[in-house]
Design a protein around this ligand. Structure first.
Ligand code: SAM
Length: 256
């Protein structure tokens, strides 16, 4: 519902089985399908930031593999749907804050799975309602992800809104935490100021380096990101410019 954001206290409490039923480990299959295994906290409490995520009673069902790709603010799911056949052996998750949009993507995935029963397509994508500015480390373990997509995040130009940007020094540390060394953050926007902001913040962060243009242009995910997101298509129709930047998660320096 509109009032609740659902998130686990820690990643090992997260039950992914309803999102990726084809990947549930066989010993964990016979359980109540209704049980989502996640805690529910009213949105108002979250806004105040004063809540402790509630502990879970039940043991979550295990998947045979972890989610490895996250699409932050996935909107209507165009990127997820295009990535599904491009990364067929990878679990890909869209995170979206708007209830109705999340529901739309969920229905879209359900329909695509039903239309492709024989080929078993679109089983590797899922969508979750979440505020990625707050709960990324609740969903993903350290170094779990290999790719994070940030496509056309809302720009929030005004200085007083900077804290609401999806890229910031603080959030970049969260992305660095959930991304494995060698993993890539993909960014795209049509807003030049926002592009510069994102490049500036990732380049300033000790855990990231910018990926060269040559390597960027050779990455098939970049082509998909440019052409398949709903926002990217809109920019295309208006003959707008798209600014792309990729950042590699560096190894952590040794202690001492
Ligand atoms: N990535 C999609 C695309 O390229 O077509 C959607 C871009 S749209 C301009 C930005 C999306 O991010 C919106 O759907 C919005 O609801 C979502 N969003 C904004 N803040 C968010 C947050 N904190 N957590 C999750 N999603 C968020």
């Amino acid at each position: 519902s509109d009032h609740c954001l659902i998130y686990p206290a820690t990643p090992d409490k997260m039950d992914w089985s309803s999102l990726f039923p084809d990947y549930v480990a066989s010993e964990d299959v016979p359980q109540d399908q209704e049980d989502k295994g996640v805690a529910t906290v009213p949105a108002e409490e979250q806004q105040l930031g004063n809540q402790e995520p509630k502990a879970l009673e039940k043991k979550p069902r295990k998947l045979t593999q972890d989610v490895e790709v996250a699409d932050i603010g996935c909107g209507f799911g165009g990127l997820l749907i295009a990535l599904a056949p491009a990364l067929p052996d990878t679990l890909i998750l869209g995170l979206e804050i708007r209830v109705s949009v999340t529901q739309f993507v969920e229905d879209r995935i359900k329909a695509l799975r039903a239309q492709n029963l024989e080929k078993k397509l679109y089983r590797n994508i899922g969508v979750l309602r979440a505020n990625t500015m707050k709960f990324m480390p609740n969903f993903f373990k350290k170094a779990q992800l290999s790719k994070i997509f940030i496509c056309f995040p809302d720009p929030h130009f005004k200085a007083r809104k900077h804290k609401q940007r999806i890229v910031s020094a603080t959030l970049n540390s969260e992305y660095a935490y959930v991304l494995r060394p060698g993993g890539i953050v993909y960014t795209i926007t049509d807003v030049p100021d926002l592009h510069e902001w994102m490049v500036g913040h990732f380049e300033a962060h000790p855990s990231f380096e910018r990926v060269s243009e040559e390597e960027q242009e050779a990455d098939p995910c970049v082509t998909i990101m440019r052409t398949e997101t709903e926002e990217g298509k809109k920019v295309e129709r208006n003959s707008g410019k798209k600014f792309v930047a990729l950042f590699r998660r560096l190894d952590d320096p040794p202690f001492g």
